[in-house]
Design a protein around this ligand. Structure first.
Ligand SMILES: [Zn+2]
Length: 347
């Protein structure tokens, strides 16, 4: 026996348990969180995939409709409309707000015009991303806050037009902690140092959660889908309290199966209690494969201790495995499509 580097250690589980494969979900799925544009694929995204192939591939795993988070604004939105043309009943584009203009005196009127015009062109929602509070500064040199009054027009216009805002505010809590031997996502942060937000000049995780509360509380007529399980999948009691308090708040499960699947008892109770507030999202792109079926297995099966990543690949996250929730049909139907239909006003 000799010492070994952590990155070399890849234990194989010897637990023999039943394993179920899910080609299709129990009910049709509306995937409310996908990325078809430049955010994850780069500026030449439109030549990297065919829209019809993407739609067909999703259909083969039971996804009938999807929300694309990458509508952006201006010419970029027009380009996305061309890329998704002909699929208006299947692809729902969400637009972004150009936060670099926040100091302009006409920000409020121009942002309202942008939202109204985009909705006329077919936008179905607004996406706000973590760059707002983690990367973008205003002219005073401070990072923006999601509870900044200058965003009121965005929240009010969304409420008036009856479109949801899907907002990604924070990342896993471990990304805000020191990258040291106690960090449960150490390997992930070593591989992606830019994902660490543990710097004294940034807002802390708790500050981000405070802003999130303020934003939702001050705009009770705006529908907020807080991505990644309300930003805090590590603390279901925290998220549950907010869902009790704010009737205009919803959460998606995108990229948080790893977190939810390691606490299957409390996660199962949570899904049953808040079934009408949780939406299915995958965070997939036209170039990423396989996540949907793992999500179905997680939600539907009672399989134990299985990897949340594709078995033949290295885990890109914490060193743990997950458990299926075995959710009842009624809960699955809400999460897979009923809640999305209500918020997107379809059917
Ligand atoms: Zn995303």
């Amino acid at each position: 026996m000799k010492d070994m580097l952590l990155r070399e250690y890849r234990p194989k589980s010897e637990a023999v348990t039943s394993a179920h494969h899910y080609d299709k979900p129990r009910f049709e799925v509306i995937d409310i969180h996908t990325h078809m544009g430049k955010l994850l694929l780069g500026p030449d995204y439109d030549v990297q995939y065919g829209t019809s192939q993407f739609i067909e591939r999703l259909k083969s795993v039971g996804v009938t409709r999807l929300c694309n988070m990458d509508g952006f604004w201006g010419d970029e939105f027009d380009r996305m409309l061309r890329k998704t043309a002909g699929y208006e009943d299947r692809i729902f584009n969400f637009i972004w707000i150009d936060c670099s203009c926040i100091d302009e005196p006409d920000f409020s009127s121009s942002v309202r015009r942008h939202i109204e015009e985009s909705v006329r062109k077919g936008a179905r929602g607004i996406k706000m991303w973590k760059d707002i509070s983690l990367e973008t500064k205003d002219k005073s040199g401070r990072y923006l806050r999601t509870d900044d009054e200058r965003f009121n027009t965005v929240y009010d216009t969304a409420a008036e037009l009856g479109i949801p805002i899907l907002i990604h505010i924070a990342d896993p809590v471990a990304f805000f902690r020191p990258v040291d031997k106690y960090n449960e996502r150490y390997e992930q942060l070593i591989a992606h140092p830019e994902w660490s937000f543990c710097q004294p000049y940034r807002y802390s995780f708790n500050e981000l959660m405070e802003m999130q509360d303020n934003m939702i509380e001050r705009h009770p007529h705006t529908t907020f889908i807080v991505a990644h399980f309300g930003s805090y999948s590590e603390n279901l009691a925290h998220v549950g309290q907010r869902l009790d308090r704010y009737q205009n708040m919803y959460v998606d499960i995108a990229a948080r199966i790893d977190e939810l699947g390691r606490v299957p008892y409390s996660a199962r109770d949570f899904f049953i209690r808040y079934k009408d507030r949780i939406l299915f999202g995958s965070d997939c792109t036209p170039l990423s494969y396989g996540e949907h079926q793992t999500a179905y297995r997680f939600l539907e099966s009672r399989d134990e201790y299985f990897p949340y990543w594709p078995e033949d690949e290295e885990p890109d996250g914490g060193r743990w495995r997950i458990y299926g929730l075995g959710l009842p049909d009624d809960v699955l139907e809400y999460v897979y499509n009923k809640n999305a239909k209500r918020l997107l006003r379809i059917e």
